[in-house]
Design a protein around this ligand. Structure first.
Ligand code: CAA
Length: 281
């Protein structure tokens, strides 16, 4: 089983990054958004990320045009009809994801793999909302998707093994490092990473400065400090992951800081909203 055409539903930070990775890998990609405005934002996300590579001399303008040309941007689910794999990357609400999979059920062929990029919901629960639980696989990319090598491929008790194997192979062929694992809150990477990110927000709340917290960890050798990283991930996503992992682990390190909850409630979601732990232009 190989995938010549792959769909991505939802072109926010993660979906746009995933569409870029697929198109860079030479795969005909269909990017779906809910309306023209969201579609234009999704296209702009891919254009700006590839534009950054052009500026750095890592990609020619023709190369950028080729990548963008390989993505069909559409608001019509019917354009996904001949995709062997569709990756859902819409906001983390079970009802919303359920509606997406109901649409996919109508348009996709019987052998299509239906994947979710969820980071905080149970893949098993998402599968249970669909009429094809055996077709559901998790494909968890990391932010920024074009740069991060890790992709967790998540299987449930019901996932078809040939589907899981095919997705794992696709991820490898895209130059990423697949880690294929069972479904558990936080999977592996977020379970570990958020045991470190969660306490960073508590430290800030307890009076340490953001500059000291981040400088400590970059000086240790991490590529960015924990607060800068949470702003990159999105504070809403961080809160969702912490809540899911905390509910499963009961570990106080995973209990979201009140400050994190407050920022999310205020709409300070990190880089994407212009303000999080830090302020952005
Ligand atoms: N989109 C595309 N490319 C990007 C990018 C973006 N948003 N941000 C950076 N890049 C590229 C740059 O173009 C550059 O590419 P080249 O090396 O080919 O020139 C490269 O990444 C390095 O970028 P910079 O030199 O500008 O900056 P940097 O060296 O500080 O690296 C970084 C930036 C790659 C983001 C690095 O700081 C890093 O690795 N940070 C940690 C990120 C991380 O841990 N992500 C996982 C978060 S957890 C998650 O996502 C899971 C979840 O479910 C919440």
């Amino acid at each position: 089983m190989s995938f010549e055409k792959v769909g991505v539903v939802g072109l926010g930070t993660m979906g746009a990054g995933i569409a870029e990775v697929l198109a860079r890998g030479g795969i005909a990609t269909v990017g779906i958004e809910i309306d023209d405005e969201a579609l234009a934002r999704g296209r702009a996300n891919v254009a700006s990320s590839t534009g950054r590579a052009v500026k750095r001399g890592k990609l020619t303008e023709e190369g950028q045009a080729e990548i963008l040309g390989r993505i069909l941007f559409s608001t019509d689910f019917a354009d996904l009809a001949d995709c062997g794999l569709v990756i859902e990357a819409v906001p983390e609400r079970l009802d919303l994801k359920g509606r997406v999979f109901a649409e996919l059920d109508k348009v996709c062929g019987p052998d299509a793999v239906l994947a979710t990029n969820t980071s905080s919901l149970s893949v098993t629960k998402i599968a249970a909302t669909t009429t094809r639980p055996d077709a559901i696989v998790g494909v968890h990319f990391f932010n920024p998707a074009p740069v991060m090598r890790l992709v967790e491929v998540i299987f449930t008790e019901r996932s078809r093994k040939d589907f899981v194997d095919a997705v794992t192979e696709l991820v490898r062929s895209l130059g990423k490092t697949p880690v294929t694992i069972g479904d558990r809150a936080g999977f592996v990477a977020n379970r570990l990473l958020f045991g470190y990110l969660g306490p960073a927000a508590h430290l800030l709340e307890q009076g340490r400065t953001a500059a000291d917290i981040d400088a400590s960890m970059t000086a240790i050798g991490l590529p960015m400090g924990p607060l800068t990283l949470m702003d990159l991930i999105g504070l809403d996503t961080c809160l969702e992951v912490l809540e899911a992992v905390h509910a499963d682990s009961g570990d106080p390190r995973h209990a979201p800081a009140g400050l994190l909850r407050d920022l999310v409630a205020e709409g300070a979601l990190g880089r994407k909203s212009g303000r999080g732990f830090y302020t952005y232009e």
